[in-house]
Ligand binder design. Structure first.
Ligand code: HEC
Length: 181
């Protein structure tokens, strides 16, 4: 066993580098999104839904600082995305919707609009777009109501243009852009 360890490690290293080179834009976007989605789901289920909706120990509020409340899942997502941008990452991402509580989260480009309409069926949407003279691989993923907190908060929110979200339904989409050479 021990004798083979260096070889095994070399095998892993080679497999790793070959695989990395094989990854196309879709694979990279899917991988990044799987981490975003997992974190978003965990934060919503284990923190917001449990503490605000089930145990009722603390509220979640967009004015979390003044209210001494939990940060909303969408704010958690945006602060993460801003921190990634500050570090100079090559990719960018945001959470949008055709029924936004915050008008800033509406579709801005024709691709965003087409993508948000397409992901309503529950599957991701992939395309390329040119913005400011730069070409991007753009992936849009459905953002679903995975906890009761998602639908109760949006349906009851005074600024929500939709009041009939149901569990499991698509509420918006994550737009992820990777630059293409
Ligand atoms: C306690 C209230 C609350 C909860 C819980 C909540 N949201 Fe939101 N959500 C908001 C508010 C308020 C915004 C706008 C925040 C902003 O942009 O600053 C928002 C933003 C969004 C957006 C971007 C479009 C928009 O409406 O502005 C999507 C998509 C979204 N939420 C989906 C979800 C999903 C899915 C869940 C559960 C995983 C969830 N929300 C949980 C209140 C909530």
């Amino acid at each position: 066993m021990r004798k083979n360890l260096p070889l095994t490690l070399l095998g892993f290293a080679l497999a790793g580098s070959v695989q990395a080179a094989d990854w196309d834009h879709k694979d990279i976007a899917d991988a990044l999104h799987s981490v975003m989605e997992a974190d978003r789901t965990v934060y919503t289920k284990l923190i917001v839904n449990r503490l605000a909706n089930q145990e009722k120990v603390i509220k979640a509020s967009e004015h979390w600082k003044d209210d001494k409340a939990l940060v909303l899942p969408a704010q958690m997502f945006r602060y993460g995305s801003e921190a990634v941008a500050e570090k100079g990452a090559k990719f960018s991402y945001s959470l949008l919707s055709l029924w936004p509580i915050n008008k800033q989260n509406n579709a801005k480009t024709p691709v965003e609009k087409a993508g948000l309409e397409a992901v309503n069926k529950g599957e991701p949407y992939y395309t390329t777009e040119t913005l400011g003279g730069k070409k991007y691989f753009t992936a849009i993923y459905p953002d679903k109501a995975i906890a009761k907190a998602c639908i109760s908060c949006h349906n009851d929110h005074k600024d929500s243009p939709r009041k009939d979200f149901k569990m499991g339904e698509v509420m918006g989409g994550v737009v992820l852009r990777l630059p293409v050479k």
